[in-house]
Write a protein that binds this ligand. Structure first.
Ligand code: NAD
Ligand code: LMR
Length: 333
């Protein structure tokens, strides 16, 4: 793994860097929020040719921030150039869903992007590169990327469900009138989509002795309110802002990478990783799991959490969606 701080400068790629999330994300990275205090960073910003002008503007603004930790900013439309010896790769750039597009259409557009980026990663990247896919459909894009990047260990390729995790944690805290720091053990299972299973069965909240499932209102509340609210939170933000979440997505990307690099200690977080049979989810898909990370950059799927019949129903539904996405992706490719 990578020992952050032991080398001079950490190289970080952000694709789609002139987009909404990119604009929120790059100042967090250059400001030290992702890698930690004192770690210098080289930012490699990737965009498609029509967005290179806007990207130059982002670069100008980054310079104007005078970030002490920002060593260098490189802008390119060539992913293969950006991926050479990269340490961290944040894949945000994706083809957006347009009115009337079916899931399969979106998948086809993005399969082509993530196939090309997988091939580029495979030919030039270090096998130690740590990748998080953000662009949707994130889990299946990560699967496609990995298919075309066999030189990169599967464990180094993840997709972002930390935003969903943070949403769940915050909603439990709000419901129980506690600060978020008191809420521990939330899990997002499965796909970053409306089938995801936001699970509080293993949650603990300081000062609350009842099981959290009961404390928040029992199964009916979960089924009718909490679960659909988290599943549809992304859509609610699009409806409210006219744009998808960007500030909270950028924040979640930093949380995901910071924990991956520095370790969660005895706590765990949610990350979409390659399924390995844990919790009855067999291989072949990228599925959000409870993950404990170790300082230095390794991680493991947390074993032994309680899963009951209520959980199983939701976990199987989101698994089925991911297997269907996989089938669609394979048929397209
Ligand atoms: P955006 O449209 O504002 O920005 C995307 C940028 O990616 C654009 O500037 C575009 O030019 C660029 N791009 C497109 N194809 C590219 C390619 N092949 N290489 C490099 N750049 C490319 O979108 P956004 O709001 O920043 O969201 C980006 C993606 O993240 C979307 O797919 C969105 O659905 C997804 N998202 C995921 C999560 C999550 O939690 N996983 C949360 C929010 C948004
Ligand atoms: C989110 O969770 O906010 C986004 O993934 C929603 C979207 O469709 O872009």
């Amino acid at each position: 793994g990578m020992d952050i701080g032991s080398k001079g400068v950490v190289r970080v790629v952000v694709t789609g860097a002139a987009g909404q999330i990119g604009y929120s994300l790059v100042p967090l990275i250059a400001g030290g929020k992702m890698l930690g205090p004192g770690v210098k960073v080289e930012l490699r910003l990737v965009e498609i040719p029509p967005a290179m002008g806007a990207l130059e503007g982002v670069k100008m603004e980054l310079e104007d921030c005078a970030f002490p930790l920002l060593d260098k900013v490189v802008c390119t439309s060539d992913a293969a150039e950006a991926f050479v010896d990269v340490d961290i790769c944040i894949l945000v750039g994706a083809f957006p869903r347009k009115a009337g597009m079916e899931r399969k259409d979106l998948l086809a557009k993005n399969a082509a992007i993530f196939k090309a980026q997988g091939e580029a990663l495979n030919s030039v990247a270090s096998p130690n590169v740590k990748v998080v896919v953000v662009g949707n459909p994130a889990n299946t894009n990560a699967l496609i990327l990995s298919t075309f990047a066999p030189n990169v260990p599967k464990s180094n390729i993840t997709a972002l469900t930390r935003l969903d995790h943070n949403r769940l944690k915050a909603m439990v805290a709000l419901k129980l009138d506690k600060n978020v720091t008191y809420v521990d053990g939330a899990v997002i299972w499965g796909n970053h989509s409306a089938t995801q299973f936001p699970d509080v069965l293993n949650c603990k909240v300081d000062g609350i002795s009842d099981p959290i499932r009961e404390a928040v209102g029992g199964e009916a509340y979960l089924r009718d309110e909490l679960i659909p609210k988290i599943q549809k939170r992304g859509a609610a933000i699009i409806a409210a802002r006219g744009l998808s979440s960007a500030m909270s997505a950028a924040n979640a990307i930093c949380d995901h990478m910071n924990d991956w690099l520095h370790g969660t200690g005895d706590k765990y977080v949610s990350m979409a990783v390659f399924a390995d049979g844990s919790y009855g989810i067999s291989e072949g898909i990228v599925y959000s799991m409870p993950v404990r990370t170790m300082k230095g950059g390794s991680y493991e799927i947390v074993q032994g959490l309680t899963v009951d019949a209520f959980s199983q129903e939701y976990m199987k539904a989101t698994e089925a969606e991911l297997r269907a996405e996989r089938e669609d992706a394979l048929s397209i490719l």
